[in-house]
Design a protein around this ligand. Sequence first.
Ligand code: HEC
Length: 284
Amino acid sequence: MKLNNRTFILLTTLVSMLFGYSTMFAAEGEATLDKVMKFMLVVTIVMIAFVLWLIIVYSEKEDSEGKTFKAPLIALRKYLTYSTPIEKEQEILLSHNYDGIRELDNRIPPWFKMLFYGTIIWAAIYMLAYHVLDDGQVQSKEYKVEIEKAKLERDFLIRTGAFINEETVVFVNDPAELSEGKEIYFKNCATCHGQNGGGLVGPNLTDDYWIHGGGIKNIFKVIKYGVPAKGMISWETQLDPKKMQAAASYILTMHGTNPPNGKAAEGEKWIEPDDNKISSTKGS
Ligand code: HEC
């Protein structure tokens, strides 16, 4: 076999394809990119070494039969699969004889032994990396890291109020939150419900009567979904849950203030259920 043009073109195409793939992977995440790049580098070096070897063997030594080229491969295969040649079998024949069946004391093939020793060496490296240097993550550590990450995510979600909905909303008796609620109310709601909640276009929010039910949950629900048919818009897209909770809480603080020029009561008288704490502190 000669290294003709075709083989050469094939090899160079292969190498350039590998380079192409490595740039394709570049679009993926950082960590994967790092690994892929390292892998590609190794593959590329091996390929280049192989091509150089081919060039040296074929062109320098004028090895038209490809003997020099194949020699190392053949030697390697011989080495890996070494076994006693059939002519020498007598030497390894064991003395026992079971009903005519006799046994050879064959050497374990080197490739198999390599695998075996390889696992021992690998175990040592693994133990060093994972248990001594603590470089890798054993399962328990991996678990802890995951939990830590999830906790951070959860804390973030709690802070931003992602878990607040009409079922979980509570009255927040916190001055900072209430003043935020007040700010939201003045900015978005006062035009229809009055500066002091006495009602204008929208109903009075300070009395005992509610069209859609009183209490933090009902108020939150109306703010969130609105009553579009009656001119109360849904605020879900403009205020995040935490802000809607703050506004709803602020509305509850106006209860019973009886502002001047308050609109007449609308809806039903709301009696806070016993299990709701807000009623006992805010009820009249
Ligand atoms: C464009 C005018 C308008 C704006 C702005 C507005 N509302 Fe309303 N709101 C209304 C109307 C009208 C109703 C009565 C709906 C009905 O009759 O069902 C209402 C009803 C309500 C109710 C229920 C009252 C009840 O008796 O059940 C709450 C609570 C409420 N609004 C809170 C707010 C909050 C908080 C904001 C600001 C984030 C706001 N509204 C902004 C017009 C408005």
